[in-house]
Design a protein around this ligand. Sequence first.
Ligand code: HEM
Length: 283
Amino acid sequence: MDQMTHCIFDYNTLNLWRWINPYRHFKIFQNNRNMHNFLQPIIEQHIESDFHGQGGVKTIVGLALKTHTEELGAQGSKNNIDKPFMDALISQLKIFIFAGHDTTATTVGWILYCLSQNPEVLEKVRTEHNEVFGNNVDAAFDRLREIPQLLQSIPYTTAVIKETLRMFPSPGSIRDGCAGFSFLDPDTNMSYPTDGFMIWDGIRAASLSEDIWVRPDEFLPQRWLVDADDPLYPLKTAWRPFSIGPRNCIGQELAMAELKLVVVSVAREFDIECAWSKWDEQQ
Ligand code: HEM
């Protein structure tokens, strides 16, 4: 990511000032240095302790260090981590932090929004949490610490999260077009070459398309719980907020676990009201 100081939008001539603005370059340099200074000691701590981090827990840093020393073979030691590897590892960690933060935070906002707009769904979520974790919210976390697998026992909450991600997906996928790969418009038979273009998957449009989803504009968590013969049953591969294929989201299990924990924490503790328009008025 150190090299990624520019994004594709910088090359738009309308953004020329943004591209050459020395203050922006200084801020990028400063932010990179801050991240580096924050992350390097954490990595060094891992090197000091063991490759799997404290208590044998598998961490990204631990796995990266283990792979690196395995690659070094006989000369490998956890103490001879070279600078290019350290820089590469810090870059990867920055990608994880960046990719994992905004996406999950935005989704939390949308889940709360969807619950506020669908009180009957919120009621079902609360009933499920009472049944699985007991009526006491604090005790729910003691139970989860004891039996973390209980997070897999809240299918309705999971359906709410999946339906939120369907209606309000965060990022889309962008890929380089290439020679020999073109799109064919079935209505006009026109062929559109992709070489020299960036291709965006248009996930937001696909998520709300009637060609792909039944009642696409409605928030219906039950579509994730019905049997295959139900009209609401989703098409295979239609749901792709984490993308699909070899470059899909590597953090999706973590994201789902985080999102479930948030819903378990707040659904019974708060009555949710959407105040975006009030907030807009105050600006
Ligand atoms: C609701 C939360 C999240 C959503 C909606 C989401 C979505 C996505 C999507 C759509 C992609 C594929 C992008 C592409 O095709 O180019 C992706 C990739 C990625 N995500 Fe997530 N993500 C989430 C959370 C996380 C978390 C928690 C982490 C890590 C802690 C993470 C780490 C990554 C990384 C490293 C990639 C790149 C994978 C690769 O290129 O091989 N994401 N994510």
